[in-house]
Design a protein around this ligand. Structure first.
Ligand code: ADP
Length: 531
């Protein structure tokens, strides 16, 4: 035990202690074979929270062997879908029970405001587990109406969660084919799945990855980000308490070029799912291709446009544009990092955006009312400060912010640039920090063309009260998600992923299941077909 998280003033939470710092392999907490550890830091101060076991290739090999055994020999793959779903349900209940400790651990390791961890990220983890779990009492939301006659009371259950779920509803098809053949199309788990996640939403990314992979009956080796290893180990212990058999989920803490690369290039890993930067995504695809051609899903970077038309509710648009960029310290792959504003409302929008940014409460994420904590680490802090400098040098107007906030930790003032022109570094690159860039536009065709003129295509926001404008723009944008008069709506049922260099495949929703299923056609010859 290496320390405690203590709020500086008005502590929201009592101190937390770190219980788990080892790798989780085959149901046991173990040290790395090399015996090495690495420190994980508190972004508020740069102090060490704990030393964590540093997994590398050898540990990945052992974890993959455990996952292979768990897949080939069971019991996971021999349990009924209902039994598997109940493990996820019990896990969701345990997360709910430990919500506050998990939230505190997440904030300590990541720096995001405790209030957001406790009221958004951890409840979303619970919600996602229930979404993927399944429920035998009431059928899924797509077919439960068929049961109205038999179970009239069930349709009035208070929570939609009661009838959500996938684990026990994955089924194949019987398809008609020419000739005397009986044709079944089966949906089967892929086997051992490798998953690599980033540090910006450690537990949400964990949930997006393990939920669909477990619901479809796979086994997993998951590598957490080196900046935020703690919360995934903690909750995975709860998952075992919920009844997950040994070897089904193995957690490796460690670094990308060692542990991550070993996973992506492993010959016994049947699939790899990655969330992180576009640059690293390319490496992962290459490693997968060079080894056993395992299929890859990718959720990568973005430079999402947020478009405000002159008929929008300006106050609401200012607030949501602010949220779209500054939420999570600006560390969101889908951040609305190019704010396009119609020239007729530009001046008003700019003035109000500045006022909003200057009101943003930056400080210790454990303090009540804090909206923005520190950036994750020194590397990201330096990268963001470099982009602020480049913004100034390339001629954009710095409206507010632009400096470090405080004297220790990785805090940055909420920063707003106006007069941003296409081609400036702050207009083209993913900054991943609290830096809003505001552009002016004249008409709809122009803004569609400019919004799409990027190598990314993750998300977009459209603000207008005109239905025709909303429909025209949303259909024209090359982005995996278009939010109209809203932003960052992340329901478990809504698929999320990117066009172009923002990714391949979709997470959440029905589409996420496809990432983890093989399709097998079974064609049986019929001697004497009856038809
Ligand atoms: P960031 O730059 O935001 O840290 P990365 O894409 O580098 O994003 O990191 C996302 C995840 O990818 C982390 O878990 C990291 O350890 C992992 N990673 C980094 N480099 C590699 C690599 N060469 N091979 C596999 N995984 C990697």
């Amino acid at each position: 035990k290496f320390g405690t998280a203590v709020a500086v003033e008005e502590p929201i939470k009592p101190p937390v202690e770190v219980e788990h710092t080892q790798l989780l392999i085959d149901g046991k907490f173990v040290d790395a074979i090399s015996g090495r550890t690495f420190p994980t830091l508190d972004p508020r101060t740069g102090d060490i929270i704990a030393h964590v076991a540093e997994g590398d290739e050898e540990d990945v090999n052992i974890a993959v062997t455990a996952a292979r055994k768990a897949f080939d020999k069971g019991p996971w793959t021999r349990m009924t879908a209902y039994e598997r779903s109940m493990v996820l349900y019990r896990f969701a209940d345990l997360i709910e029970k430990h919500n506050d400790e998990i939230a505190a651990l997440e904030t300590w390791d990541n720096g995001k405001p405790y209030e957001q961890s406790a009221s958004a990220e951890i409840p979303m983890l619970t919600r996602l587990m229930r979404y993927y779990a399944g429920n035998f009492l009431v059928y899924s939301r797509i077919c439960y109406h068929c049961f109205d006659d038999f179970y009239p009371t069930l349709t009035s259950l208070p929570s939609s969660e009661t009838y959500s779920g996938w684990a026990d509803k994955i089924h194949g098809l019987v398809v008609p084919a020419d000739g005397p053949h009986h044709v079944q199309v089966l949906q089967e788990p892929m086997g051992v799945v490798g998953q690599i996640i980033p540090w910006n939403f450690p537990l949400l990314m964990y949930a997006w990855k393990i939920g669909p992979a477990l619901a479809t009956g796979n086994t997993i080796v998951l590598k957490t980000a080196e900046q935020t290893p703690l919360s995934a180990i903690y909750v995975s212990n709860l998952l075992m308490e919920a009844g997950l058999p040994p070897g089904v989920l193995n957690i490796i803490s460690g670094f990308g070029p060692t542990a991550g690369a070993a996973l992506a290039s492993h010959m016994e890993v049947d699939k790899i799912a990655f969330t992180g930067s576009t640059e690293t995504g390319k490496i992962v695809v290459e490693l997968a291709a060079r080894s056993n051609l395992k299929p890859v899903t990718l959720e990568l970077g973005g430079k999402s446009p947020f478009i405000v038309f002159d008929d929008a509710d300006i106050d609401q648009a200012v607030e949501l544009a602010h949220f779209a960029l500054f939420f999570n310290q600006g560390q969101c792959c889908c951040a609305g990092s190019r704010t396009y504003v119609h020239e007729r409302v530009y001046d008003e929008f700019v003035e109000k955006s500045k006022a909003r940014a200057m009101k943003r409460v930056v400080g210790d994420p454990f303090k009540k009312g804090v909206e923005q904590g520190p950036q994750i680490d020194m590397e990201q802090f330096n990268k963001i400060m470099k982009y602020i400098r480049l913004g100034k040098e390339s001629g954009a107007t710095l409206l507010c912010g632009g400096e470090r906030s405080g004297s220790k930790g990785y805090y940055i003032q909420p920063t707003v640039f106006t007069d941003v022109q296409e081609g400036m570094p702050i207009a083209t690159d993913e900054i991943f920090g609290p830096v809003q860039s505001i552009f002016k536009f004249r008409d709809i065709d122009e803004v569609i063309q400019r919004a799409n003129a990027t190598r990314f295509g993750l998300a977009a926001g459209v603000f207008t009260s005109n239905l025709d404008t909303a429909n025209t723009v949303s259909r024209a944008l090359k982005a995996g998600t278009v939010w109209i008069n809203c932003f960052d709506v992340f329901d478990a049922a809504i698929p999320f992923g990117g066009y172009k260099m923002s990714g391949q495949g979709r997470e959440k929703g029905i589409d996420s299941l496809k990432n983890y299923l093989e399709v097998k056609s079974v064609v049986t010859h019929l001697k004497n077909p009856a038809w």
